[in-house]
Structures are given as structure tokens and as C-alpha cells.
Design a protein around this ligand. Structure first.
Ligand code: OFO
Length: 174
């Protein structure tokens, strides 16, 4: 069982995760156009992850006898001033998601909805990791600078992160 207000709040979170997925997809396309292949790969991965975050909530709502709604997603921006600005926008969006998760947790606590409270703990850890990752990238961009001459080096640094993430993933069977 889930309260109507919690069902509504979780459905809003679905919309936020879906928007993140589309925003990062748009950013992947921009990076690709700018010749930043490492960054493009990184943003595609982030986009896929956000879709998984969305689905996790979607399935959860169904499991606890609520009604999950496929979200209406507004079109994300397609142009970004620089790769630095792009990653700043990612970080800002992740902070917004963290805040929203915190509000959901506060609501679950208030409603004594321990099941949802438990379910949300996975997102707390995920957001901590995501924010830390984006800060790492932004710190590197600050060190390298994002002038045209620096783009190659930024892309190489992001590609290193791609490789680390790939090696941390469980091997697929078959
Ligand atoms: Fe799912 O918002 Fe990022 O991680």
C-alpha cells in the first residue's frame, strides 16, 4: 500500500529522472558534434543510468500497488556554451535530484512509510556517488582550463573515467 500523496511524489521523481536521461542524451549529442568522443560516451552512459533510475521507481510503484505513470518530458536544451558549462549544468541537475530525494525521504518519514523510506536509501548512495564524480570532473576542468587547446586533454581525462567505470561493471555473460 502507498498513500496517494507518496504515489504522486514518486511519479514526480520519475519525471525528474526521465528529464535527466534526456538532458544527458542531448549533452551526448553535443559532445559528439564537438568531437569530444570520451565525453559523449560518458554522457550516453549517464543517460542510460538515469533511465534505469526512472524504471527502478516505476517498478517499485507497481509492486506496492500504486499506479506508475509514464512521464511527460520537456525538451532539454541542445546547445551548451562550453564543456565546462555542460558539466556545471550536470552537477546542478544532480544537486536538484539529491534535494528531491531528500524531500521524498522526509515525506516517507512523516507518513511512517518505512517501505518507501527503505527503497529510497539506494538513491541516497547513488546521488552521493554522482555528485562526487561530477565534482571530480569539474575540478579537472578547472585545472586544465576549457580553452579550445585544452579540450583534447579534458576528453582524455573523461575517457579515463569511462575506462574505470567499464572495468568496475560486472562482465556480461554470453
Ligand atoms: Fe538519477 O539522478 Fe543522477 O544519478
Amino acid at each position: 500500500m502507498i498513500s496517494k500523496s507518496m504515489e504522486k511524489a514518486l511519479n514526480q521523481q520519475i519525471t525528474l529522472e526521465a528529464y535527466a536521461s534526456y538532458l544527458y542524451l542531448s549533452m551526448a549529442s553535443w559532445c559528439h558534434r564537438e568531437g569530444l568522443e570520451g565525453c559523449a560516451k560518458f554522457m550516453h552512459r549517464q543517460s542510460d543510468e538515469e533511465r534505469q533510475h526512472m524504471l527502478r521507481i516505476f517498478y517499485y510503484i507497481s509492486q506496492i500497488d500504486g499506479y506508475a505513470l509514464a512521464p511527460e518530458v520537456k525538451q532539454p536544451p541542445h546547445e551548451f556554451k562550453s564543456v565546462g558549462k555542460l558539466f556545471e549544468a550536470v552537477y546542478a541537475h544532480e544537486q536538484k535530484v539529491t534535494q528531491s530525494i531528500n524531500e521524498l525521504i522526509a515525506q516517507s518519514y512523516k507518513e511512517k512509510d518505512h517501505t518507501t523510506h527503505n527503497f529510497l536509501q539506494w538513491y541516497v548512495e547513488e546521488q552521493r556517488e554522482e555528485e562526487a564524480l561530477m565534482r571530480t570532473i569539474l575540478d579537472k576542468i578547472k585545472l586544465i582550463g576549457d580553452s579550445p587547446q585544452s579540450l583534447y586533454f579534458i576528453d582524455m581525462e573523461v575517457e579515463k573515467i569511462n575506462k574505470q567505470q567499464e572495468s568496475a561493471e560486472p562482465a556480461t555473460e554470453g
